[in-house]
Design a protein around this ligand. Structure first.
Ligand SMILES: *Cc1c(COP(=O)(O)O)cnc(C)c1O
Length: 380
Protein backbone atom coordinates (compact mmCIF):
# COMPACT_ATOMS: atom_id res chain seq x y z
CA UNK A 1 0.00 0.00 0.00
CA UNK A 2 1.22 3.53 -0.79
CA UNK A 3 0.20 6.30 1.58
CA UNK A 4 1.01 9.84 0.46
CA UNK A 5 1.56 12.56 3.05
CA UNK A 6 -1.23 14.67 1.64
CA UNK A 7 -3.95 14.10 -0.94
CA UNK A 8 -6.39 16.54 -2.49
CA UNK A 9 -9.96 16.22 -1.29
CA UNK A 10 -12.73 17.39 -3.62
CA UNK A 11 -16.33 17.72 -2.53
CA UNK A 12 -17.51 17.19 -6.10
CA UNK A 13 -19.03 20.65 -6.47
CA UNK A 14 -15.75 22.35 -7.41
CA UNK A 15 -16.36 21.99 -11.15
CA UNK A 16 -20.02 22.98 -10.79
CA UNK A 17 -19.06 26.32 -9.24
CA UNK A 18 -16.14 26.85 -11.63
CA UNK A 19 -18.45 26.31 -14.60
CA UNK A 20 -20.87 28.79 -13.08
CA UNK A 21 -18.06 31.33 -12.63
CA UNK A 22 -17.21 30.92 -16.32
CA UNK A 23 -20.85 31.37 -17.28
CA UNK A 24 -20.96 34.59 -15.29
CA UNK A 25 -18.13 35.80 -17.52
CA UNK A 26 -16.18 37.59 -14.81
CA UNK A 27 -13.19 35.58 -13.67
CA UNK A 28 -10.79 38.28 -12.48
CA UNK A 29 -10.52 39.26 -8.82
CA UNK A 30 -13.33 40.37 -6.48
CA UNK A 31 -16.09 38.71 -8.48
CA UNK A 32 -19.19 36.75 -7.49
CA UNK A 33 -17.46 33.81 -5.74
CA UNK A 34 -14.91 36.05 -4.07
CA UNK A 35 -17.87 37.87 -2.46
CA UNK A 36 -19.38 34.57 -1.35
CA UNK A 37 -16.23 33.22 0.31
CA UNK A 38 -15.43 36.60 1.85
CA UNK A 39 -18.82 36.86 3.58
CA UNK A 40 -18.65 33.21 4.60
CA UNK A 41 -15.29 33.79 6.30
CA UNK A 42 -16.42 37.01 7.99
CA UNK A 43 -19.60 35.44 9.39
CA UNK A 44 -18.36 31.98 10.23
CA UNK A 45 -15.10 33.02 11.92
CA UNK A 46 -16.49 36.26 13.41
CA UNK A 47 -13.85 38.52 11.92
CA UNK A 48 -14.22 42.24 11.40
CA UNK A 49 -13.22 42.19 7.77
CA UNK A 50 -11.76 39.66 5.37
CA UNK A 51 -10.14 40.23 1.99
CA UNK A 52 -9.13 37.32 -0.21
CA UNK A 53 -5.51 37.13 -1.32
CA UNK A 54 -3.41 35.01 -3.65
CA UNK A 55 -1.71 33.28 -0.67
CA UNK A 56 -0.95 33.50 3.04
CA UNK A 57 2.53 34.63 2.01
CA UNK A 58 0.93 37.61 0.30
CA UNK A 59 -1.39 38.23 3.25
CA UNK A 60 1.69 38.39 5.50
CA UNK A 61 3.40 40.77 3.07
CA UNK A 62 0.28 42.92 2.93
CA UNK A 63 0.16 43.14 6.72
CA UNK A 64 3.78 44.33 6.87
CA UNK A 65 3.05 46.91 4.15
CA UNK A 66 -0.09 48.03 6.00
CA UNK A 67 1.75 48.83 9.24
CA UNK A 68 4.37 50.63 7.15
CA UNK A 69 7.21 48.51 8.47
CA UNK A 70 10.48 50.37 7.98
CA UNK A 71 14.15 49.57 7.55
CA UNK A 72 15.52 48.41 10.90
CA UNK A 73 12.13 47.71 12.52
CA UNK A 74 12.01 44.48 14.50
CA UNK A 75 9.26 41.88 14.44
CA UNK A 76 9.21 39.05 16.98
CA UNK A 77 8.19 35.61 15.65
CA UNK A 78 9.02 31.97 16.23
CA UNK A 79 11.95 30.42 14.36
CA UNK A 80 9.85 27.27 14.04
CA UNK A 81 7.76 28.47 11.09
CA UNK A 82 7.63 28.64 7.31
CA UNK A 83 10.04 31.12 5.64
CA UNK A 84 7.13 33.32 4.48
CA UNK A 85 6.66 34.62 8.04
CA UNK A 86 10.17 36.08 8.06
CA UNK A 87 10.32 37.02 4.36
CA UNK A 88 7.35 39.35 4.78
CA UNK A 89 9.36 41.33 7.34
CA UNK A 90 12.64 41.22 5.45
CA UNK A 91 11.11 42.37 2.18
CA UNK A 92 10.37 45.66 3.98
CA UNK A 93 13.90 45.89 5.35
CA UNK A 94 12.79 44.79 8.80
CA UNK A 95 14.53 42.31 11.07
CA UNK A 96 12.94 39.07 12.22
CA UNK A 97 13.69 38.50 15.90
CA UNK A 98 13.26 34.82 16.70
CA UNK A 99 11.72 33.77 20.00
CA UNK A 100 11.59 30.33 21.59
CA UNK A 101 8.61 27.99 21.40
CA UNK A 102 6.97 25.90 24.12
CA UNK A 103 7.45 22.16 23.97
CA UNK A 104 3.79 21.40 24.75
CA UNK A 105 2.39 23.24 21.71
CA UNK A 106 5.39 24.20 19.54
CA UNK A 107 3.96 27.72 19.65
CA UNK A 108 5.76 30.93 20.58
CA UNK A 109 6.41 31.41 24.31
CA UNK A 110 4.93 34.74 25.50
CA UNK A 111 7.53 34.98 28.32
CA UNK A 112 10.36 34.73 25.81
CA UNK A 113 8.64 37.23 23.51
CA UNK A 114 8.62 39.82 26.30
CA UNK A 115 12.36 39.36 26.88
CA UNK A 116 13.04 40.16 23.23
CA UNK A 117 11.03 43.39 23.01
CA UNK A 118 13.26 46.42 22.28
CA UNK A 119 12.74 50.05 21.32
CA UNK A 120 12.78 48.91 17.67
CA UNK A 121 10.04 46.27 18.05
CA UNK A 122 6.95 47.07 15.96
CA UNK A 123 5.00 43.83 15.90
CA UNK A 124 4.63 40.23 17.02
CA UNK A 125 3.74 37.49 14.54
CA UNK A 126 2.00 34.58 16.28
CA UNK A 127 2.13 31.34 14.28
CA UNK A 128 -0.49 28.75 15.22
CA UNK A 129 1.32 25.48 14.57
CA UNK A 130 -0.83 22.52 13.51
CA UNK A 131 -3.98 24.57 14.08
CA UNK A 132 -3.29 24.74 17.82
CA UNK A 133 -3.70 28.29 19.06
CA UNK A 134 -0.93 30.40 20.60
CA UNK A 135 -1.75 31.90 24.01
CA UNK A 136 -3.42 34.84 22.32
CA UNK A 137 -4.72 36.46 25.52
CA UNK A 138 -1.15 36.78 26.81
CA UNK A 139 0.19 37.95 23.46
CA UNK A 140 -2.55 40.59 23.09
CA UNK A 141 -1.83 41.78 26.62
CA UNK A 142 1.90 42.15 25.83
CA UNK A 143 1.08 44.04 22.63
CA UNK A 144 -1.19 46.41 24.56
CA UNK A 145 1.43 47.11 27.20
CA UNK A 146 4.23 47.78 24.69
CA UNK A 147 2.17 49.35 21.89
CA UNK A 148 2.85 46.65 19.29
CA UNK A 149 0.85 45.27 16.39
CA UNK A 150 -0.14 41.61 16.46
CA UNK A 151 -0.26 39.69 13.18
CA UNK A 152 -1.47 36.10 13.30
CA UNK A 153 0.07 33.67 10.87
CA UNK A 154 -3.03 31.48 10.91
CA UNK A 155 -2.04 29.78 7.64
CA UNK A 156 -2.54 26.36 9.28
CA UNK A 157 -5.34 27.45 11.59
CA UNK A 158 -8.44 28.18 9.52
CA UNK A 159 -11.50 27.05 11.51
CA UNK A 160 -9.57 26.52 14.77
CA UNK A 161 -10.23 28.29 18.07
CA UNK A 162 -8.45 29.43 21.19
CA UNK A 163 -10.60 30.08 24.26
CA UNK A 164 -13.67 29.87 22.04
CA UNK A 165 -12.53 32.60 19.65
CA UNK A 166 -11.42 31.79 16.10
CA UNK A 167 -7.72 32.06 15.30
CA UNK A 168 -7.06 34.90 12.93
CA UNK A 169 -9.68 37.02 14.71
CA UNK A 170 -7.53 37.87 17.76
CA UNK A 171 -4.76 40.08 16.37
CA UNK A 172 -4.84 43.37 14.48
CA UNK A 173 -4.54 41.23 11.38
CA UNK A 174 -4.74 37.51 10.61
CA UNK A 175 -3.46 35.56 7.62
CA UNK A 176 -5.12 32.42 6.24
CA UNK A 177 -3.79 29.98 3.67
CA UNK A 178 -5.79 27.93 1.18
CA UNK A 179 -2.70 26.32 -0.33
CA UNK A 180 -3.04 22.79 -1.67
CA UNK A 181 -1.44 21.35 1.48
CA UNK A 182 -3.92 22.99 3.85
CA UNK A 183 -7.29 21.65 5.12
CA UNK A 184 -9.53 23.79 2.91
CA UNK A 185 -7.94 24.71 -0.36
CA UNK A 186 -8.07 26.50 -3.68
CA UNK A 187 -4.65 25.22 -4.76
CA UNK A 188 -3.11 28.60 -4.09
CA UNK A 189 -4.96 31.21 -2.10
CA UNK A 190 -5.29 33.05 1.16
CA UNK A 191 -7.05 35.77 3.07
CA UNK A 192 -6.12 38.71 5.21
CA UNK A 193 -8.37 39.42 8.17
CA UNK A 194 -8.59 42.81 9.81
CA UNK A 195 -10.00 42.94 13.30
CA UNK A 196 -10.87 45.82 15.55
CA UNK A 197 -12.01 49.17 14.37
CA UNK A 198 -8.83 50.44 12.74
CA UNK A 199 -10.20 52.15 9.63
CA UNK A 200 -6.65 53.14 8.76
CA UNK A 201 -5.57 49.50 8.30
CA UNK A 202 -8.77 48.74 6.39
CA UNK A 203 -8.26 51.53 3.89
CA UNK A 204 -4.58 50.86 3.54
CA UNK A 205 -5.02 47.15 2.79
CA UNK A 206 -7.87 47.84 0.36
CA UNK A 207 -5.66 50.08 -1.75
CA UNK A 208 -2.38 48.15 -1.51
CA UNK A 209 -4.18 44.93 -2.50
CA UNK A 210 -5.69 46.64 -5.56
CA UNK A 211 -2.47 47.86 -7.22
CA UNK A 212 -2.38 51.02 -5.14
CA UNK A 213 -5.76 52.19 -6.46
CA UNK A 214 -9.09 52.98 -4.83
CA UNK A 215 -10.85 50.37 -6.97
CA UNK A 216 -12.51 48.78 -3.92
CA UNK A 217 -14.11 52.13 -3.05
CA UNK A 218 -15.14 52.44 -6.68
CA UNK A 219 -16.78 48.97 -6.61
CA UNK A 220 -18.75 50.10 -3.54
CA UNK A 221 -19.91 53.15 -5.48
CA UNK A 222 -18.11 55.60 -3.21
CA UNK A 223 -16.12 57.25 -6.02
CA UNK A 224 -17.09 57.59 -9.68
CA UNK A 225 -13.78 56.35 -11.08
CA UNK A 226 -10.68 54.83 -9.62
CA UNK A 227 -7.09 55.88 -9.82
CA UNK A 228 -3.62 55.53 -8.34
CA UNK A 229 -3.61 56.71 -4.73
CA UNK A 230 -0.53 55.05 -3.24
CA UNK A 231 2.16 52.41 -3.73
CA UNK A 232 0.58 48.98 -4.02
CA UNK A 233 0.63 45.62 -5.71
CA UNK A 234 -1.74 42.89 -6.89
CA UNK A 235 -2.98 40.37 -4.36
CA UNK A 236 -6.44 39.46 -5.68
CA UNK A 237 -7.11 35.81 -6.62
CA UNK A 238 -9.09 34.87 -9.72
CA UNK A 239 -12.79 34.17 -9.19
CA UNK A 240 -12.20 30.67 -10.63
CA UNK A 241 -10.06 29.82 -7.61
CA UNK A 242 -12.62 31.32 -5.27
CA UNK A 243 -15.33 29.17 -6.89
CA UNK A 244 -13.19 26.13 -6.06
CA UNK A 245 -12.70 27.41 -2.52
CA UNK A 246 -16.41 28.03 -2.06
CA UNK A 247 -17.07 24.37 -2.66
CA UNK A 248 -14.48 23.42 -0.03
CA UNK A 249 -15.81 25.88 2.54
CA UNK A 250 -19.31 24.48 2.09
CA UNK A 251 -17.76 21.18 3.27
CA UNK A 252 -15.87 22.75 6.17
CA UNK A 253 -17.53 20.67 8.90
CA UNK A 254 -17.19 17.41 7.00
CA UNK A 255 -13.50 18.03 6.28
CA UNK A 256 -12.77 18.91 9.90
CA UNK A 257 -14.67 15.88 11.23
CA UNK A 258 -12.88 13.54 8.80
CA UNK A 259 -9.49 14.83 9.96
CA UNK A 260 -10.49 14.60 13.61
CA UNK A 261 -11.17 10.88 13.13
CA UNK A 262 -7.63 10.33 11.87
CA UNK A 263 -6.21 12.38 14.73
CA UNK A 264 -8.21 10.45 17.31
CA UNK A 265 -7.26 7.09 15.83
CA UNK A 266 -3.53 7.88 15.77
CA UNK A 267 -3.69 9.39 19.21
CA UNK A 268 -5.48 6.41 20.80
CA UNK A 269 -3.32 3.81 19.07
CA UNK A 270 -0.12 5.48 20.24
CA UNK A 271 -1.18 6.00 23.87
CA UNK A 272 0.69 2.93 25.13
CA UNK A 273 3.94 4.21 23.58
CA UNK A 274 3.45 7.60 25.19
CA UNK A 275 2.93 5.90 28.57
CA UNK A 276 6.03 3.77 28.04
CA UNK A 277 8.06 6.89 27.17
CA UNK A 278 8.92 5.63 23.64
CA UNK A 279 7.57 8.76 22.01
CA UNK A 280 5.37 11.79 22.55
CA UNK A 281 2.35 12.66 20.45
CA UNK A 282 0.86 16.08 19.90
CA UNK A 283 -1.55 17.05 22.65
CA UNK A 284 -4.47 19.44 22.55
CA UNK A 285 -4.47 21.93 25.45
CA UNK A 286 -7.91 22.45 27.06
CA UNK A 287 -8.13 26.03 25.70
CA UNK A 288 -7.66 24.89 22.10
CA UNK A 289 -10.10 23.55 19.53
CA UNK A 290 -7.87 22.68 16.57
CA UNK A 291 -8.78 22.08 12.93
CA UNK A 292 -6.70 18.87 12.85
CA UNK A 293 -4.35 20.26 10.25
CA UNK A 294 -1.59 17.75 10.95
CA UNK A 295 -0.53 15.00 13.35
CA UNK A 296 2.99 14.84 14.70
CA UNK A 297 4.98 12.62 17.01
CA UNK A 298 8.23 13.43 18.79
CA UNK A 299 10.90 10.72 19.02
CA UNK A 300 13.62 10.84 21.71
CA UNK A 301 16.42 11.77 19.27
CA UNK A 302 17.11 12.83 15.70
CA UNK A 303 18.71 9.45 15.00
CA UNK A 304 15.58 7.59 16.08
CA UNK A 305 13.31 10.03 14.25
CA UNK A 306 15.24 9.44 11.03
CA UNK A 307 15.18 5.68 11.56
CA UNK A 308 11.39 5.69 12.01
CA UNK A 309 10.92 8.04 9.05
CA UNK A 310 13.03 5.97 6.65
CA UNK A 311 11.38 2.81 7.97
CA UNK A 312 7.94 4.21 7.16
CA UNK A 313 9.09 5.66 3.83
CA UNK A 314 10.48 2.24 2.83
CA UNK A 315 7.06 0.75 3.50
CA UNK A 316 5.43 3.28 1.18
CA UNK A 317 4.29 5.64 3.92
CA UNK A 318 5.17 9.29 3.40
CA UNK A 319 5.91 10.42 6.95
CA UNK A 320 7.67 13.78 6.91
CA UNK A 321 9.80 16.10 9.01
CA UNK A 322 8.66 19.72 9.27
CA UNK A 323 10.17 23.19 9.55
CA UNK A 324 13.91 23.58 9.46
CA UNK A 325 14.26 26.36 12.06
CA UNK A 326 14.71 29.72 10.39
CA UNK A 327 17.42 30.94 12.78
CA UNK A 328 19.76 28.04 11.93
CA UNK A 329 18.88 27.82 8.22
CA UNK A 330 21.45 29.40 5.86
CA UNK A 331 19.55 32.71 5.73
CA UNK A 332 19.19 32.84 9.53
CA UNK A 333 22.90 32.19 9.98
CA UNK A 334 23.62 35.06 7.57
CA UNK A 335 21.51 37.27 9.83
CA UNK A 336 23.89 36.39 12.67
CA UNK A 337 21.85 33.79 14.55
CA UNK A 338 23.47 30.78 16.19
CA UNK A 339 21.99 27.31 16.38
CA UNK A 340 22.39 27.09 20.18
CA UNK A 341 20.31 30.21 20.78
CA UNK A 342 16.98 28.40 20.58
CA UNK A 343 17.47 24.91 22.05
CA UNK A 344 13.80 23.89 22.29
CA UNK A 345 13.21 24.86 18.65
CA UNK A 346 16.30 22.94 17.49
CA UNK A 347 15.45 19.88 19.52
CA UNK A 348 11.81 19.73 18.48
CA UNK A 349 12.61 20.20 14.83
CA UNK A 350 15.11 17.34 14.82
CA UNK A 351 12.81 14.92 16.69
CA UNK A 352 9.49 15.70 14.98
CA UNK A 353 7.77 13.42 12.50
CA UNK A 354 4.44 14.08 10.78
CA UNK A 355 2.25 11.12 9.95
CA UNK A 356 0.13 11.13 6.77
CA UNK A 357 -3.18 12.93 7.19
CA UNK A 358 -5.66 13.84 4.49
CA UNK A 359 -9.40 14.28 4.40
CA UNK A 360 -10.16 11.27 2.22
CA UNK A 361 -7.97 8.86 4.24
CA UNK A 362 -9.75 5.55 4.76
CA UNK A 363 -9.62 3.30 7.80
CA UNK A 364 -7.35 0.69 6.12
CA UNK A 365 -4.83 3.41 5.33
CA UNK A 366 -4.76 4.65 8.93
CA UNK A 367 -4.35 1.06 10.14
CA UNK A 368 -1.53 0.47 7.69
CA UNK A 369 0.33 3.52 9.02
CA UNK A 370 -0.09 2.46 12.65
CA UNK A 371 0.72 -1.25 12.08
CA UNK A 372 3.93 -0.34 10.33
CA UNK A 373 4.87 2.29 12.86
CA UNK A 374 4.38 -0.26 15.65
CA UNK A 375 6.54 -2.81 13.84
CA UNK A 376 9.30 -0.27 13.37
CA UNK A 377 9.10 0.84 17.01
CA UNK A 378 9.66 -2.80 18.11
CA UNK A 379 13.10 -2.88 16.57
CA UNK A 380 14.52 0.57 17.17
C1 LIG B 1 1.51 27.22 4.57
C2 LIG B 1 2.09 28.26 5.43
C3 LIG B 1 2.40 29.55 4.94
C4 LIG B 1 2.33 29.90 3.48
O1 LIG B 1 1.05 29.80 2.95
P1 LIG B 1 0.84 30.08 1.37
O2 LIG B 1 -0.63 30.26 1.25
O3 LIG B 1 1.34 28.88 0.65
O4 LIG B 1 1.59 31.30 1.02
C5 LIG B 1 2.83 30.50 5.84
N1 LIG B 1 2.99 30.22 7.14
C6 LIG B 1 2.73 28.99 7.64
C7 LIG B 1 2.91 28.75 9.11
C8 LIG B 1 2.29 27.97 6.80
O5 LIG B 1 2.06 26.75 7.30
Amino acid sequence: MKIPYNKLYCSGNETVYIKDALKRGQISGDGYYTDLVTSFIEKRFCVGRAMMTTSATHALELSCLAIDLQQGDEVIMPSFTFPSTANAVMLRGGRPVFAEIKEETLNIDPLDVEKRISSKTRAIIAVHYAGIGCEMDKIMDLADRYGLYVIEDAAQAVNARYKGKYLGSWGDMGCYSFHGTKNYTSGEGGAILINGTDSFLNGKIETIRQKGTNRTQFLRGEVDRYCWVEVGSSYTPSDILMAFLYSQLMDLDYITAARKKIHDYYSTELQEYVKAGTLKTMTIPPDCEPNYHLFYILLPSEKLRDKVMYGLNNRGISAAIHFVPLHSAPMGVRLGYKKEELPVTENVSSCLLRLPMYTGMIREEMEYVIENLKEILKVI
